[in-house]
Design a protein around this ligand. Sequence first.
Ligand code: NAP
Length: 273
Amino acid sequence: MSASPLLLIGCGKMGGAMLSGWLAGSEAAGGVHVVEPHSASMGDLASRKGVTVHASADTVPDGLAPGTVVLAVKPQSMDEALVPLKRFVAPGTCFLSIAAGKTIGYFEKHLGSSAAVVRAMPNTPAAVGRGITAYVANANVNGGQKAQAHRLLEAVGEAMEADSEDWIDAVTALSGGGPAYVFLLIEALAAAGVKAGLPEEFAMRLARATVSGSGELARQSSEPASQLRINVTSPGGTTAEALKVLMDPAAGIQPIFDRAIAAATARSKELAG
Ligand SMILES: NC(=O)c1ccc[n+]([C@@H]2O[C@H](COP(=O)([O-])OP(=O)(O)OC[C@H]3O[C@@H](n4cnc5c(N)ncnc54)[C@H](OP(=O)(O)O)[C@@H]3O)[C@@H](O)[C@H]2O)c1
């Protein structure tokens, strides 16, 4: 049996990263139809074997019967993007959205209650194959479709199924926005290094390599993060002094992160209406 084709709607930063991942593996074996108004911005992806680019969904053949339609347009473009896609709603076709704030209920409203829908929340390290995506499926999604959605998302990093759509607001706050908090950590470490007497560029290089190297160590190690922290902390040493400040229950980073994630979670709920 030959693999079903994929239909990718929107091939910007996220859609392009996913398409690259599928082409590097075997996910695009059935061919990929891409709807992207700015095909020039797709670079060499547009001319890769098995990729057919359409400037609009209107030219996608009616009989395509895609296994999965991946929705990777900005949330504000979604209403318009879905109109010409209704004709692909069928039991054999799953709609996989990565748009922030667009709920399963929203897609059921626009595509009909029989549509198979997976709602996913990826993050930007997907651009280097190191993203993490949490997703949730509606009851119309069968086991094979869920497995394919998982594989399509895994092409740009890790993928995890959430037990409930209620988790997605906190996922958005934690891992969706998480890369921004880590980049802020680089900036804050470098700025503090400058205040401690280092030249700016020197401090920035130390901070950037420290954060990315620690991330890689955390990825490769099987030890819990708390143990990796303890491994750097000699009793009575310099790191222990810094951690007394950072781990202060009232003024350390935990209460700040608690507030930040709660604020982002609340905003995610608000935006989803
Ligand atoms: N970037 C992130 O950090 C991140 C993280 C998690 C989830 N996401 C989600 O990923 C989705 C894509 O984000 P992105 O950063 O990849 O956006 P992007 O770079 O703007 O890519 C979206 C592309 O889709 C095109 N497009 C607009 N309307 C279309 C239509 N009707 N049919 C086909 N293509 C259309 C856009 O063209 P125009 O420029 O002309 O509109 C653009 O080229 C968003 O929904 C976002 O919420 C992003």
